[in-house]
Design a protein around this ligand. Structure first.
Ligand SMILES: NC(=O)c1ccc[n+]([C@@H]2O[C@H](COP(=O)([O-])OP(=O)(O)OC[C@H]3O[C@@H](n4cnc5c(N)ncnc54)[C@H](O)[C@@H]3O)[C@@H](O)[C@H]2O)c1
Length: 432
């Protein structure tokens, strides 16, 4: 039985597979990197030492990586302690790979998937108990070298030693911030983060009709709310509208009945039109924004006006203000309330469904989405009672964790002596 991980086989040498393999190689672990053919695996290996953005901190560690193909070299996984599947996000392909893994791996090796949101129970449905005891999800964020978060999700039958071994390895060897989630669609970060994005796109149409420009929306959805500078449309350009489309399809199938996200799983009409014509974001040379090169060599940024479907010069909008914008009575404030306010309510309703406590949720959003504060830290900053009052004004039921806070007679989720409010309404020490 493995309790210490000494070697890693990474299956899939794309952006994420190469990133995970590079991180382990950098820490001097033996890594096997396989893909559909050796060229694909070699391309992944080469990307670790690319001039532009090397994944390895020490380029000589490339020697820790051996490449091969699924067809010829799969049986080599028998010598590896942790087998991490990182192939394309398609359920049937992941299942095929898992069946092969189970055939060749040694007893007690640990198996994980890096899926962004497919439930583990779907990937492992009807697979043998031997595998079910050794399997879990290790969800790294992109770029692996930079993003601190790794969500660790056990299945129903996963042995505790699997989670303990990985938790130790991911934290102490790979230097990640581990967040414990549950086997629910999109886990923690993507469940909340994608709700914010999809709700933001849907609310965009009303905001535009009230006079907000797309740049102003991005201005609101960045520094004032403690979100990264890409804003909303800039972030979707980075992720790709095709990825958001696929995320929505996965949510449509897997969100539980009555979930607040259900009305937003399809792209709004304007964004669907962009998707249909392949205007997906940076990967296609433009999405909501594009950079045009002028004859004189200078560059200018253009925005795709969703109301007219025409490109025009983009005028960056820096929005003054801070988190209190969420409670402000103005067109900007209404947008912030409908999008970020609603996301805070969503997060507060998702405990204990997606995580046992607020700490895991706050860490997931800070470490995986680069929010400067997690949802419950934001609520503390706004004053949870002010937030509850605004919910009441808008006829919104008090979200679960805010109800817990009210019942416990507290007025903050985090206390000054490093404790957090549990779902039972008690304060507990924040774990390391
Ligand atoms: N890119 C991200 O931001 C990100 C973040 C977190 C998790 N993920 C997840 O990580 C996994 C890999 O994503 P990625 O971004 O590295 O994708 P990618 O497209 O860069 O790489 C996917 C790999 O899968 C391989 N592949 C394609 N078809 C295959 C097949 N039929 N059989 C076996 N392998 C096949 C490809 O050769 C490629 O190396 C996915 O599950 C994705 O959801 C991605």
């Amino acid at each position: 039985m493995v309790s210490k991980i000494n070697s890693i086989a990474v299956l899939g040498a794309g952006i994420m597979g190469a990133g995970i393999a590079a991180l382990a190689a950098d820490k001097d672990y033996k890594v096997l990197l396989l893909d559909i053919n050796e060229e694909a695996a070699q391309k992944g290996k080469d990307s670790m030492v690319s001039d532009r953005a090397p994944m390895l901190s020490d380029l000589s560690k490339i020697n820790n990586v051996n490449v091969g193909s699924f067809d010829k070299d799969f049986e080599l996984i028998k010598d590896y302690d942790w087998i991490c599947e990182v192939v394309v996000e398609k359920l049937n392909i992941k299942r095929e790979i898992f069946e092969k893994v189970e055939k060749y791996r040694k007893d007690g090796s640990i198996v994980s998937s890096n899926t962004s949101g497919i439930p583990l129970r779907d990937i492992t449905e009807n697979m043998p108990n031997r595998l079910l005891a050794d399997v879990c999800i290790t969800h790294f964020f992109n770029p692996v070298k930079v993003m601190k978060l790794c969500e660790l999700i056990p299945g129903e039958k996963t042995a505790p030693r699997v989670i303990d071994s990985l938790s130790y390895f991911l934290t102490n060897v790979m230097g990640k911030g581990v967040v414990n989630g549950k086997d629910t669609v999109n886990f923690i970060g993507n469940r909340i983060g994608c709700y914010l994005i999809l709700k933001g796109l849907h609310q965009g149409s009303k905001a535009r009709s009230e006079g907000l420009s797309q740049e102003e929306i991005d201005g609101i959805m960045s520094r004032p709310l403690g979100l990264p500078p890409t804003g909303l449309y800039g972030l979707v350009d980075l992720i790709g509208l095709d990825v958001m489309y696929a995320v929505g399809k996965n949510l449509a199938v897997n969100l539980p009945e009555g979930d607040m996200g259900i009305p937003y799983v399809n792209l709004p009409v304007e964004e669907q039109n962009m998707f249909d014509k392949g205007q997906l974001g940076r990967k296609t040379g433009g999405g909501f924004y594009r950079i045009q090169k002028l004859d004189n060599g200078e560059k200018k940024k253009e925005v795709f006006d969703l109301t007219t479907s025409l490109w025009k010069d983009s005028e960056k909008a820096s929005i003054e203000g801070n988190l209190n914008l969420i409670l402000e009575d103005s067109v900007r404030g209404n947008y912030a309330w409908e999008v970020m306010g609603s996301t805070l309510s969503y997060a507060a309703n998702l405990i204990p469904e997606i995580a046992d406590d607020i700490v895991n949720v706050d860490r997931a959003m800070r470490w995986g989405f680069a929010w400067s504060k997690g949802p419950f830290q934001i609520l503390d900053e706004l004053g949870p009672l002010n937030f509850i009052n605004k919910c009441k004004e808008r006829n919104i039921n008090t979200p679960t964790m805010l109800e817990v806070l009210l019942t416990s007679g507290s007025d903050k989720f985090y206390s000054s002596d490093n404790k957090y409010l549990t779902i039972e309404g008690e304060y507990k020490k924040i774990p390391k």
